[in-house]
Design a protein around this ligand. Structure first.
Ligand code: MD6
Ligand code: FE
Length: 222
């Protein structure tokens, strides 16, 4: 231990270098390391999901190939193609249902939502984003879900990234929020439609995931 609990420089009671919980605004909270203890179980479950529904690069309605590779699990999966953005019960690659949401995914999402003040979150969709160096997500709002009263729970795994957390207008300068392996962001209520994005991923190597970042985002889509 670097310091006794009562030394003046020990600013945080749990001894972490940073507070574990940070409010990003009304309805939005960052739970640092919330998923760390279960990261191994999450990655093992992810392995099974991607065996059935592999990562793929989807196309925007405007015809651009996204730099982030995506897949889904749960009853509904988020997809984009030339005809638009939507949730679909079927994986367009296999024409079969998306893989079931692994229990460890569901439980983590419900616990994180509860810790952020959103009780009884029951996600039916988990969008899985894979970023390789250079991949980015431009500022957007998540508004394809029918139920905007439920929050979104976002779990970061692998390489660190800078999350851009904006306001309700695209033009407002977003805050830069560094996210690391195991960090969880929850937002809902008054924050549900805030613009957000991810800066281009920097080169690097994570001991478990190699040269990539994976983000799990849980929603109630239907
Ligand atoms: C990402 N996340 O972190 C991208 N959307 O990979 C999102 O677009 C996102 O993290 C809604 C809520 C949480 C998110
Ligand atoms: Fe989003």
């Amino acid at each position: 231990m670097a310091a006794e609990p009562d030394t003046p420089l020990d600013l945080f009671a749990d001894g972490d270098a940073q507070p574990r919980r940070e409010t990003l605004g009304p309805g939005a909270v960052l739970l640092r390391s919330f998923a760390s203890a279960r990261a191994g179980a999450l990655l093992a479950a992810l392995e099974e999901v991607v065996q059935r529904s592999p990562f793929r690069f989807m196309t925007t309605p405007g015809g651009y190939r996204m730099s982030v590779a995506m897949t889904n699990c749960g009853a509904a999966g988020w997809v984009t193609d030339r005809s638009g953005y939507r949730y679909d019960a079927l994986d367009p690659l296999s024409a079969a249902c998306w893989p079931l949401m692994p229990p460890v995914f569901r439980e983590l999402a419900a616990q994180a939502a509860g810790a952020a003040g959103f009780a009884e979150f029951e996600p039916d969709a988990c969008l899985i984003n894979r970023y390789q160096p250079g991949a980015r997500l431009s500022l957007h709002q998540d508004k394809d879900e029918r139920d905007l009263s439920s929050p979104i729970v976002s779990v970061s795994l692998g390489l660190p990234a800078v999350f851009l957390f904006g306001a309700h207008r695209r033009a407002e300068r977003p805050r830069r929020v560094p996210l690391a392996h195991g960090d969880v962001v929850v937002w809902g209520g008054p924050a549900r439609l805030r613009f957000h994005g991810v800066q281009p991923l920097k080169e690097g190597r994570h001991p478990d995931l190699g040269a990539c970042r994976v983000n799990l985002s849980f929603r109630k889509a239907r």
